[in-house]
Write a protein that binds this ligand. Structure first.
Ligand SMILES: NC(=O)c1ccc[n+]([C@@H]2O[C@H](COP(=O)([O-])OP(=O)(O)OC[C@H]3O[C@@H](n4cnc5c(N)ncnc54)[C@H](O)[C@@H]3O)[C@@H](O)[C@H]2O)c1
Length: 337
């Protein structure tokens, strides 16, 4: 039986997920498409045999021909839609962020814990990227000894025009936060977001780039440059420095060309869909397989979404004050886990 999926929000990310579910992964099909802009939903549904448009997102979640949900709506709408998925017992893959503030993220974690059934996976897709998987496996093998430092760079050519400085923390840096927690397997306890000189190419008022310093519970440091209006390409690099060596990913060394007149080089991925296409495919395929198997989650869960939200909330405070801010998080036990 194919898993019947409702995709809510078919903008950049949601339309890409519809395409991937329809053409590239197995065991699932898109049965329902929903978007705030009806014409967008109609246009995307027309590309999928058998898919229908449902105008209200909560009706889409509740629909009888929907077994599971992909949420690719903007972050502020996630809370209500996630709670509806929990109410109807529908497994959901929610694009990051889980929700846009800590209290609603914790509410979602608690509501899922009360159900006693895991239904929520969060779209931190880097965990499914082959390079990140290789880096994680190398760390876990112990060959490099204990990791001490992580250096991250996250560069985007451009972002949506509504992006503000806090969104760089909550929407972009959030990936580095999850990468740090994933690679080092511990929580982040403090964050400082520095405001370096801004690029003259950024819209007025946008603090871009930003430079964050994360501190882990055991005292390891993670630095992250996030620069979202480079105008160049999409680049994500991560280097782990450990006691007996270091390892780096994201060099983008695919094909290297040498040609006249004196040209040496290759291509840099233009956007996140090109850089992380394999990761999104693997993420959705493994999620579909987990839902079919009844385990519903195979990857970052609601707790990971909550932890990232807590770090980013502290990051936004630090961005404003320029001070080091401690991350406030409840324990897993007090969240009912
Ligand atoms: N994992 C990643 O690498 C990654 C990359 C990009 C975006 N995202 C996340 O995906 C989500 C969507 O981002 P995007 O860049 O595709 O945004 P987008 O603006 O391109 O698309 C969002 C779509 O949702 C629709 N929408 C808005 N409110 C809605 C509602 N209440 N119900 C139904 N539809 C609604 C909009 O009309 C739009 O078509 C965000 O949470 C974002 O953070 C994740």
């Amino acid at each position: 039986m194919e898993l019947r999926i409702a995709v809510l929000g078919v903008g950049l990310m949601g339309a890409d997920h519809v395409e991937r579910i329809t053409r590239r992964i197995s065991g699932a099909r898109v049965s329902v498409v929903n978007d705030y802009v009806a014409e967008k939903a109609e246009a995307v549904a027309a590309t999928v045999p058998g898919a229908r448009v449902v105008g209200d997102p909560l009706d889409a979640i509740a629909a009888d021909d929907v077994d599971a949900v992909v949420l690719a709506t903007p972050g502020p709408t996630h809370e209500k839609q996630l709670l509806a998925c929990l109410e109807y017992g529908k497994p959901v893959l929610c694009e990051k962020p889980l929700t846009t503030d800590v209290s609603t993220a914790l509410e979602v974690v608690k509501r899922e814990a009360e159900l006693g059934r895991r239904l929520i996976q969060v779209g931190f897709m880097r965990r499914f990227d082959q390079e990140y998987e290789a880096l994680k496996a190398l760390i876990d093998s112990g060959e490099l000894g204990r990791p001490l430092l992580v250096h991250c760079a996250h560069r985007n050519p451009a972002v949506h025009s509504h992006f503000d400085s806090a969104m760089i923390v909550k929407d972009s840096l959030v990936h580095e936060v999850d990468v740090a927690r994933f690679l080092l397997a511990e929580e982040i306890v403090a964050i400082t977001v520095h405001r370096p000189a801004t690029t003259s190419y950024a819209p007025a008022g946008l603090q871009d780039p930003q430079f964050a310093l994360l501190e882990t519970a055991s005292g390891r440091l993670v630095d992250a440059e996030v620069f979202v209006t480079t105008g160049i390409a999409y680049e994500v690099r991560t280097e782990v420095v450990a006691e007996r060596g270091s390892a780096m990913i994201g060099l983008g060394v695919g094909l290297v060309r040498k040609s006249a007149p004196g040209i040496w080089g290759g291509q840099v991925t233009p956007d996140f869909r090109a850089r992380f296409g394999q990761a999104y495919d693997t993420e959705i395929q493994r999620w579909v397989d987990a839902v079919q198997a009844g385990t519903n989650v195979d990857g970052p869960d609601a707790w990971d979404g909550y932890a990232a939200a807590a770090v980013c909330a502290a990051g936004v405070v630090s961005l404003e004050s320029g001070q080091r801010v401690e991350v406030e998080m409840v324990t897993r036990e007090s969240a009912g886990l």
